[in-house]
Design a protein around this ligand. Structure first.
Ligand code: ADP
Ligand code: ZN
Length: 610
């Protein structure tokens, strides 16, 4: 079996997935062949699979340097659930626990070890590392090594010296979700990557709907938004701790189960807020941007920014925490001009405590202001929001209008169709009220159908007068004109189209007519959904979720660690009745089959027998 075959086997047997996602396969293959890797992949793209699979295929240990305790904990519990021996080494362990874990590591108990960067150069850790067979060092959130990035973490500078001390240099792979060219260069230089295989996978997250709301009162805008999202779970980001407290209070007063989360709270209170959110007990968490990274949960259906963040890097990273399970999700930014002033103030005062020389300080400030300007363009543009984001990250989308953001939706709303309406009325008059909607649209679109030629309708001057519009749009306009009483439909089995009371006005074009019809040239390309959503049995889904929740509570882990939402949903669609069928569900590997398969099969069986 080749290494890649082993990798595919691991993907399906251990993790329960049929196929690699875009970008994953080439990274896995590069790592297996011994190369260094520099991978820029958006949140939710599936970075962990890229290094966890090689970790299991390769002889030896994989070390993963990660900046956050909560991320490490979740990764390790997920791995353990899948039967992979893994551990983390960070400051959340007591020194006894730490020594014990290190002892285990020395004895080769773990395949994957997550470690905080600050540990790397400590005596005890080096002692272990010098003797261990380390096959791979992974640097997660690699942008933390760059001072130009938004999350500089000095401990990351220890990574290269650490690797240099190892008796045999392992392959080194760096992963990040946000990297502009300069940050990417910094990562490769500071981590001393050797001719890395560099890959940047598409930044687009097709399942996210982007929107900006510029209503005068943020609280009302937020309440309205949350009402639309009722029953779903999501994050509300605020710019300040005080904001978190105020917004949480406001939501609770309005009977929304929200919990607050910020660094100024006591550890216990903060942990319990996070627990409530992650375990789905509180559907809404209000948090500061700075501590958002610690919240990791895959079924986040929306992310609202109560304030505009300082740059698109932060915004896209935070907003990108929605929909990581691949389900449709909404990212909403509430914008007010005062956001710009506040951010400018923060930039002007941020560098004071970094003790930079005057020249460097000016560069840093200028860059930050430029980033803020781009963020502000995003918040105020009337164009496509997705295009704005993607082009900021250096991508050129095929279609400049995505059709899945508030920019595209309002563009469709603001269309003046006075001229088109006039032509439609002229056509209806020319047809003498003898035909229905469909044929009228065909005549206007200049369609070459039998019926039209037979009746010589193609000889009329109105024939093809709205050719550029297309039949579909014409039919939509006719519907609108009926509502507006410009046209009327007769009663009966085959309703015919005739002029309505306001037809004359439309024909003269005195009053402008506006409609929510897309511009022909601006019409979004038909969006290829990755998966057409199959019908889910909602009642079954509910039971499966209940079972998942009770298992999760018993084990004191978040529900998505047992199975992700996407897996539960797939189960409700496939409705497996046998172990073999259960293994075909996305996200059910052999280990999880052994642990939970029968319980879930029983619930399905009981459900089907009722
Ligand atoms: P990232 O670290 O890039 O934000 P994760 O590694 O957390 O993303 O993966 C996001 C989600 O996608 C997880 O639930 C993961 O199990 C799932 N996933 C990853 N790879 C695949 C795959 N090849 N097929 C199906 N689901 C996958
Ligand atoms: Zn768009």
């Amino acid at each position: 079996m080749t290494a890649m075959q082993a990798a595919r086997r691991t993907l399906s047997d251990v993790f329960g997935y049929d196929s690699f996602r875009p970008g994953q396969e080439s990274v896995v293959s590069a790592i297996l062949s011994g190369r260094d890797v520099m991978a820029v992949m958006p949140t939710g793209a599936g970075k962990s699979m890229c290094y966890q699979i090689p970790a299991l295929v390769l002889e030896g240990i994989t070390l993963v340097v990660s900046p956050l305790i909560s991320l490490m904990r979740d990764q390790v519990s997920s791995l353990l659930q899948n039967g992979v021996r893994a551990a983390y080494l960070n400051s959340s362990l007591t020194s006894r626990q730490y020594m014990l874990a290190l002892d285990n590591a020395k004895r080769g108990v773990y395949k994957i070890i997550y470690v905080a960067p600050e540990r790397l150069l400590t005596r005890s850790f080096l002692d272990f590392a010098m003797q261990a067979d380390i096959a791979q060092v992974v640097v997660d959130e690699a942008h933390c090594v760059s001072q130009w990035g938004q999350d500089f973490r000095p401990g990351y500078l220890d990574i290269a010296p650490f690797i240099a001390q190892l008796p045999r240099r392992p392959r080194v792979s760096a992963f990040t979700a946000t990297a502009t060219e300069s940050v990417k260069k910094d990562i490769m230089r500071l981590l001393e990557l050797r001719q890395p295989y560099a890959v940047t996978t598409g930044f687009d997250r097709p399942n996210l709907f982007f929107e900006v709301r510029r209503e005068g009162n943020r609280d009302l805008a937020l309440l309205r938004f949350l009402k639309e999202q009722q029953g779903k779970s999501g994050i509300v980001y605020c710019g300040t701790r005080k904001g978190v407290e105020e917004v949480t209070g406001m939501l609770v007063q309005n009977r929304i189960d929200a919990v607050g989360y910020h660094a100024g709270m006591g550890d216990e209170e903060r942990m319990s807020a996070q627990e409530d959110f992650v375990s789905d007990r509180a559907p809404v968490i209000v948090a500061t941007n700075a501590f958002g990274m610690g919240i990791d949960k895959s079924n986040v259906s929306f992310v609202v920014h109560y304030n505009m963040p300082k740059d698109l890097e932060s915004y896209y990273q935070e907003a990108g925490r929605a929909g990581r399970d691949g389900e449709d999700a909404v990212c909403c930014l509430l914008y007010q001009p005062s956001d710009v002033h506040l951010n400018t103030f923060l930039i002007d005062h941020a560098q004071e405590n970094m003790q930079l020389d005057a020249e460097t300080q000016k560069i840093v400030t200028d860059r930050a202001k430029e980033r803020l300007k781009q963020m502000t363009y995003y918040a105020t543009t009337s164009g496509c929001l997705r295009t704005k984001i993607l082009s900021y990250f250096g991508e050129t989308p095929e279609n400049p209008r995505c059709g899945n953001c508030s920019g595209c939706m309002t563009a469709a709303q603001e269309r003046d169709v006075t001229r088109e309406a006039g032509r439609i009325v002229a056509c209806v008059l020319a047809l003498g009220g003898k035909y229905g909607k469909a044929l009228t649209a065909k005549v206007l679109a200049g369609s070459q159908s039998e019926r039209i030629r037979e009746r010589q309708l193609d000889k009329l001057t109105v024939f093809g007068s709205l050719k550029a519009e297309g039949e579909e749009n014409i039919r939509l306009m006719i519907d609108e004109l009926i509502i507006d009483e410009v046209l009327e439909l007769t009663d009966g089995q085959y309703p015919l189209l005739k002029a309505g009371p306001r037809a004359r006005e439309a024909l003269l074009g005195d009053e402008p007519i506006r409609m929510t019809i897309a511009h022909r040239d601006a019409a979004p390309a038909p969006r290829l959904r990755v998966t057409a959503k199959p019908n889910v049995d909602k009642a079954l889904l509910k039971r499966l979720n209940r079972l998942r929740r009770s298992i999760a509570e018993e084990q004191h882990v978040p529900p998505f660690i047992i199975f992700t939402n996407a897996t539960i949903r797939d189960m409700a669609v496939k409705c497996p009745r046998t172990r073999a069928q259960m293994l075909c569900v996305d996200g059910v590997g052999e280990r999880k089959m052994d642990r939970y398969g029968d319980m879930f099969l029983r619930v399905i069986r009981e459900y089907l027998e009722e």
